[in-house]
Write a protein that binds this ligand. Structure first.
Ligand SMILES: Nc1ncnc2c1ncn2[C@@H]1O[C@H](COP(=O)(O)OP(=O)(O)OP(=O)(O)O)[C@@H](O)[C@H]1O
Length: 233
């Protein structure tokens, strides 16, 4: 689903990531973990094709990024909610759905499906600027799902939401995985990292370790210890 080879990314003279290599299989939930500001969002943006790598290659579903060929197959939930506050959730969803080429009955069906999926049906008629932070996160997830993409890229999807909603999100992620959807997410939350099929640990501009949560626990003692490790393996 995703194949990253010898990927490096610099901004001007600043090198953010260096020689990163990994691949992610269909139907996996992969978690990108690592300290703040060290390149997780940068890597996600390159996978989406929002920026070309300085070096190396990123292939998504066999297509070399950046390309428009796979943009409709990716659902992206950014760290900051990008929503139209004056519109209702239905208005937002219809707008983004149309951007992805949905129309008529299919568009209406998908809007109602994702509203149900994210438990927003009851609030679907209120303007979004009246929403709580958690409701906005739910709507952002609904937008990422509107076109039924086989690949979801979620940048800190559960930041700022309560434990109940976090649990509901994870139920949704696992349901999507069961349907064959691939998910790459970033997280700072250890119990969330533990629920991923595979973890990619970014440290000091490099992919320091990759493996199942169990493998990282065996190697470092715990996922938290893996996160704290200073030595490059
Ligand atoms: N377009 C850009 N131009 C210049 N610098 C950038 C650009 N995008 C990211 N950076 C820099 O790259 C570094 C990595 O940022 P990035 O947002 O990828 O980190 P992150 O690991 O996702 O952080 P967090 O966990 O806090 O979200 C930061 O120093 C950031 O300032």
């Amino acid at each position: 689903m995703i194949e990253v080879r010898h990927y490096s990314q610099s901004f001007g003279k600043k090198q953010v990531l260096q020689n990163v290599n990994f691949s992610i299989n269909k139907g996996e939930i992969a978690g990108l973990i690592g300290p703040s500001g060290l390149g997780k969002t940068t890597l996600i943006k390159s996978v989406i094709g929002m920026q070309a790598p300085t070096e190396g290659t990123l292939h998504v579903m066999g297509e070399k990024q950046p390309t428009l060929a796979v943009s409709k197959d990716i659902g992206y939930m950014a760290q900051a909610d990008a929503l139209y506050g004056d519109l209702t959730p239905r208005g937002n969803l219809r707008y983004f759905g149309k951007l992805y080429g949905l129309k008529n009955k299919r568009l209406t069906e998908r809007v109602e499906d994702v509203l149900r999926f994210t438990d927003l049906t009851a609030d679907a008629g209120r303007p979004v600027h009246l929403f709580s932070g958690g409701m906005k996160r739910r709507l952002s997830l609904a937008i990422a799902l509107i076109h039924e993409p086989p690949l979801l890229l979620l940048d800190e999807p559960t930041v700022g939401i309560d434990p109940k909603l976090k649990r509901a999100f994870w139920k949704e992620f696992e349901q999507l995985r069961a349907q064959g959807v691939t998910i790459l997410l970033t997280t700072h939350i250890m119990d969330e990292a533990a629920r991923c099929d595979r973890l990619l640990l970014i440290r000091d501009g490099r992919l320091m370790a990759g493996g199942t949560p169990k493998e990282l626990e065996e190697r470092f003692g715990s996922i938290e210890d893996a996160f704290m490790q200073k030595e490059q393996m």
